[in-house]
Design a protein around this ligand. Structure first.
Ligand code: KIV
Length: 268
């Protein structure tokens, strides 16, 4: 498989420098990663949202390092063009800097992804620095950080007050200084994400963070309309795959029951 033209952290940075919006989308398996990669998405994120959309958990907290490795390996088999980033799951980088580095190396080495993502600000800056110094590119994640959902209390918009916005800006600068090559801003007001994107030299990718970011990220299942019960304002559903799949499966069921399937052409 040729990966000669694969995006790199440098080519992603150049997109920001050239004023070209950056696209990022999640993928968790080989088949969808192949489709997404062929669609010229710049970055594929093996997100810990796999915990919700694949495993059916209520939060991203339960997903394990081994599960992230399993999904990242499947995605990597498919991808030829996009930069692939994988989330470090909750618990894999909080115990100590040494443990975080050990887990980051395992994730990086066993999957072949080009970068990893960690949630948090100043409190993990030293950890990020250590991982970056070891040669592993790191993407930061601020604003609504789903691994801290029980501390945040809800999935509401973050950084609404002037004080919280100042803190967000300081955390963003701190992550850039720690060596992050890019940053996700989740569910924060459009004005503050625009300001941060203008202030930072690294690309800022928004999800529910308005149009002033250097790029956008969505969860694949949301964009494809797979869950009719998840309808936050920031999601644009490009297709209603839930009803398309449901119709197809209903039709198949009917055809089996009526003995219409398989017909002669579909038999040996
Ligand atoms: O896990 C994930 O899908 C993410 C995106 C929401 C950025 O972190």
């Amino acid at each position: 498989m040729s990966t000669q033209n694969r995006n790199t952290i440098k080519s992603i940075l150049k997109l920001k420098q050239d004023g070209i919006p950056i696209s990022m989308l999640t993928a968790y398996d080989y088949t969808f990663a192949s489709i997404i990669d062929a669609s010229e998405i710049d970055i594929i994120l093996v997100g810990d949202s796999v915990s919700n959309v694949f495993s059916g958990n209520e939060t991203t907290i339960p997903v394990t390092l081994n599960e992230m490795i399993y999904h990242a390996k499947a995605v990597m088999k498919a991808v030829q063009n996009a930069l692939v980033v994988v989330d470090m799951p909750f618990g894999s980088y909080q115990i100590s800097i040494e443990k975080a580095l050990e887990n980051a190396i395992e994730l990086f080495k066993t999957t072949g992804v080009q970068a990893i993502k960690l949630e948090g600000g100043k409190e993990i800056a030293e950890t990020i620095k250590k991982i970056v110094d070891a040669g592993i590119p790191v993407m930061g994640h601020l604003g609504l950080t789903p691994q801290s959902i029980h501390q945040l209390g809800s999935y509401e918009i973050q950084a609404k007050s002037a004080e919280a916005q100042q803190q967000l800006l300081e955390n963003a600068i701190c992550l850039q200084d720690a060596g992050c090559f890019s940053l996700v801003l989740e569910k924060v007001p459009a004005t503050i994400s625009r300001k941060i994107a203008e202030k930072l030299s690294i690309p800022v990718l928004g999800i529910g963070a308005g149009n002033g970011c250097d790029g956008q990220v969505l969860v694949m299942h949301d964009l494809l309309g797979l869950n009719p019960d998840f309808n936050p304002k920031f999601v644009r559903k490009y297709v209603n795959l839930n009803s398309i799949v449901s119709e197809a499966v209903k039709k198949y069921n009917e055809d089996v029951k009526s003995k219409d399937f398989p017909n002669d052409k579909e038999s040996y």
